[in-house]
Design a protein around this ligand. Structure first.
Ligand code: C5P
Length: 233
């Protein structure tokens, strides 16, 4: 069994850019290194990982190659072209994978740089055991279902908190399952915001591994300060 990692890193960081950030968020520096490099190092540090594919925009390929070299990473990392949205970027990387159906594929948001090796290893074990698994954290706030209105929203129901998990990444499955789920989504024109939604709709059981608040997705201004804090503590 081999383990392949896909890091979608082809976003343009609309929310950060709106707040004046100069670079897409995966290239902003955290503790003196680009966010993407932190994410890459976490996976490169796991011995079970065979190869890591990073999906980036064509105009950023050169910069990413340089960053990977400067960080002393390289041998197990491939840079591929991303797509129009996150799902498209992952689909491109999946298509570039040279793997067997029973190999494991994990997908991780490049902008979750504080993922740790132990969580990655637990996700790999859960995929081996269940066929598919993601990292998730319990909901702390009470979750409401709403209907959007012109002024905001009106609550239609309250979802019992103990039945809620907030999905993080990595999200993975055997390569055969992942490819089948992506092929079905594409055939149906289904766009999801994570891999689990594609695996679920393909009728596959997806297990949840406990994550941590540290593994949050850097999205808006202020998130970088929180990530710096976590990095130091
Ligand atoms: O947009 P969001 O913050 O959910 O992005 C999650 C991850 O997907 C980021 O690492 C981002 O770079 C990546 N992405 C991508 N290709 C796109 C859009 C987003 O690889 N076209």
């Amino acid at each position: 069994m081999r383990v392949f990692i896909i890091l979608p890193a082809a976003g343009i960081g609309t929310r950060m850019a709106a707040a004046g950030a100069a670079a897409p968020k995966q290239f902003l520096e955290l503790g003196g290194e680009p966010i993407l490099i932190h994410s890459l190092k976490a996976f490169a540090g796991v011995p079970a990982v065979t190869q890591i594919l990073v999906a980036v925009r064509p105009q950023e390929m050169e910069r990413v190659h340089q960053q990977i070299e400067a960080a002393g990473l390289g041998s197990r990392i491939r840079v591929v072209e991303g797509g129009e949205n996150r799902q498209g970027s992952v689909a491109n990387a999946l298509a570039a994978l040279d793997c067997a159906d029973d190999d494991i594929v994990l997908v991780h948001d490049a902008v979750r740089p504080l993922i740790d090796g132990a969580t990655i290893e637990r996700t790999i074990s859960a995929v081996q055991k269940h066929g598919a698994a993601i990292v998730g954290v319990p909901a702390i706030d009470t979750i409401k279902q709403v209907e959007r209105t012109a002024e905001g929203a009106i609550i239609t129901s309250t979802i019992p908190r103990e039945r809620i998990v907030l999905a993080q990444t990595p999200q993975g499955a055997t390569a055969g399952r992942m490819k089948k789920a992506f092929a079905e989504a594409e055939a149906d024109g289904f766009a999801g915001t994570d891999e689990a939604s594609l695996l679920e709709r393909a009728g596959m059981e997806v297990a949840v591994v406990a994550g941590s608040p540290r593994n949050f997705k850097i999205t808006q201004p202020g998130d970088l300060e929180l990530a710096e804090f976590y990095l130091e503590h």
